[in-house]
Design a protein. Structure first.
Ligand code: NAD
Length: 245
């Protein structure tokens, strides 16, 4: 077995408080492309639809693009073996918390329970007036924008738009987990989006060992990563799962 893979498996097996920090890369094998890059979502859609001011000014226009990306497209994606391994590890008590930047709900669909949704979740809608949450399936999305049944306000997907702050509770829980972690597994993220990108750095400052899985080097690789496992998230996580059994 590869030396790095064995070293990572040993750290995972003996960790006191293992946490995972995931990004768009873990869902690429589920068919969800990242935002940026050649085949990224922004090569097809205008990112303006996720700008909070634009959304408030032009809810119907924004909702047409939002429906196409997050309900017609994300809504049909299935979790992949990488999501599954993390859910198994939580169930077995190996993984203590999962902080995700993703908004696709695939960790939750794979069975992970202790998921900190740093950027919210596209598979929930929220009324900005009465703060009640709804499921997209409660609405006929042929009629846009969907309206709150109580006060007729426009419903917003419950994820963080450009120009919006991070949900306070998710932020505070992430910092606590970072401080408490002795091993952090970073999976499929460039480490460019702030303030999320600071979470593994915070853990490193508090002495955590950093294991990174990515198909390419990221901002973290030469800065804080102790063990770099290059490859697809599903292949590497399946191999790690085998080797800690
Ligand atoms: P990113 O798009 O900046 O980077 C993706 C990373 O994943 C890259 O480093 C890439 O090398 C790596 N990668 C690609 N395929 C991989 C694979 N099969 N296995 C392992 N790694 C792989 O993603 P980011 O750092 O998460 O930042 C983008 C922001 O956009 C985040 O805030 C995220 O919430 C959001 N986003 C979310 C989704 C989603 O919910 N699935 C999709 C696109 C963007």
């Amino acid at each position: 077995m590869d030396k790095n893979l064995q070293a990572a498996a040993d750290k995972i097996k003996t960790a006191r408080h293992l946490i995972a920090f995931t990004g768009a890369g873990i869902s690429v094998e589920s068919g969800i492309p990242p935002f940026r890059g050649e085949n990224g979502l922004w090569s097809k859609y205008d990112p303006q639809c996720l700008d909070l001011d634009f959304f408030h000014a032009h809810p119907q226009k924004a909702w047409i693009a939002i429906k196409s990306i997050f309900y017609d497209f994300f809504g049909t994606a299935q979790y992949n073996p990488a999501h599954q391994v993390l859910a198994n590890w939580e169930h077995e008590g190996i993984l203590k918390a999962l902080i995700t930047q993703n908004i696709d709900n695939l960790h939750q669909e794979a069975g992970s329970k202790n998921v900190i949704e740093f950027h919210g979740n596209s598979q929930k809608l929220i009324c900005e007036a009465c703060h009640q949450q709804f499921l997209p399936s409660d609405f006929d999305l042929k009629v846009l924008p969907p309206l709150c049944p109580h006060d007729r306000s426009v419903l917003k997907p419950d994820f963080v738009f450009f120009g919006e702050g991070i949900p306070e509770k998710a932020y505070q829980r992430s910092i606590l987990e970072a401080k408490n972690a002795d091993v952090v597994l970073i999976i499929g993220t460039t480490g460019e989006v702030m303030p999320a990108a600071m979470i593994p750095r915070e853990a490193k400052q508090y002495g955590a060992i950093i294991i990174e899985i990515n198909t390419e080097v990221s901002n973290y690789t030469n800065e804080i990563t102790d063990i770099f496992l290059q490859g697809k998230a599903s292949n590497i996580l399946k191999e790690l799962e085998q080797s800690i059994m």
